[in-house]
Ligand binder design. Structure first.
Ligand code: GUN
Length: 294
């Protein structure tokens, strides 16, 4: 058996197209241009690549994009000052501070300073708490994208056994909440879990978000399982360059899984597309408009 490959590129492009249609509509009907501000502190090369991609795709969807680059040695007060200005700026509906922040800055204080209505990362405690309470909230983009990819295979996740490997605030924890909202039965596994292969074996849906290259092996999987690989690991090649691999041993998994996301070309594509969705939703909510149709 060879697994069906879940094409994140195609699904993300389709989603971006629907966002662009809705952006055009709110512009036409309400003279509203959703705006996203991205703050990048320092010059981590991977973060610079993500931020450039966010900028390009935001503009391509017809939204306003505001980039703020600050030096790695910016003071906490100056960073908080920028966040306060963006909170007040009526052209800005979404604020994303690229993580991780350089050492010396207090990430928690920065996240807490973002207006929850503009928190398109869904990281502010108001949004994280609302999500955990089962209330409507802006939710983190990578978990949202992971759910959309799963639903491209399974129309309903009700009653399915899901395992989320990893418990980060950005991915694992919010993903668990979204899966609960879909009525899945969720196991949360992490670095201290016992018998991880045994836990994975029972799962119909496997979400790997640990940041360990190819940690989940093919023979851990239940035959026919749907595998969503959220890891993006850069590993060195013989020629001195690097290649990207996920948290799942892809070639092994292909023979066992029913469906699987590749790395690259899977979840990564969805994250920015969902950021555009969140920015559009935030803009409509702030303007008092009904929820957009995406
Ligand atoms: N770094 C890697 N992914 C993300 C993300 O989704 N949001 C933020 N703010 N930083 C990230």
């Amino acid at each position: 058996m060879t697994a069906r490959i879940i094409d994140g590129k195609v699904i993300a492009a389709e989603l971006r197209g629907r966002v662009a249609d809705e952006v055009a509509r709110v512009k036409r009907e309400h003279n509203l241009v959703p705006g996203l501000a991205v703050v990048l502190v320092g010059n981590d090369p991977a973060s610079e690549v993500y931020v450039r991609s966010k900028h390009t795709q935001t503009q391509a969807a017809g939204m306003a994009s505001f980039e703020h680059k600050l030096p790695a040695d910016v003071s906490q007060a100056d960073l908080l000052g920028l966040v306060a200005r963006l909170n007040r700026d009526p052209a800005v509906h979404g604020i994303l501070v690229q993580l991780p922040l350089p050492k010396g800055l207090n990430t928690e204080a920065v996240i807490n300073a973002i207006d929850p209505a503009k928190d398109v990362d869904g990281l502010h405690p108001n949004n994280a708490g609302r999500l955990a309470g089962g209330f409507e909230a802006l939710s983190p983009c990578t978990p949202l994208g992971s759910i959309i990819l799963t639903k491209s295979v399974h129309a309903s996740l009700e009653g399915m056994n899901a395992i989320v490997i990893g418990r980060s605030n950005l991915v694992g924890r919010p993903l668990v909440q979204l899966l609960l909202n879909e009525n899945a039965t969720v196991t949360i596994a992490h670095s201290r879990s016992r018998d991880l292969p045994g836990l994975v074996k029972r799962a119909d849906l496997v979400y790997a978000a640990v940041g360990k290259p190819e940690m989940v092996r093919g023979d851990w999987l239940k035959p026919g399982a749907t595998v969503i690989d959220i890891g993006i690991n850069r590993i060195p090649k013989d020629d001195g360059k690097t290649r990207l691999v996920g948290d799942v041993a892809y070639q092994e998994a292909l023979d066992v899984a029913g469906a699987i996301t590749p790395v690259p070309g899977g979840v990564g594509q969805m994250t920015v597309a969902c950021l555009l969705v969140n920015t559009l939703r935030a803009a409509c909510a702030i303007a008092g408009l009904p929820k957009p149709a995406v």
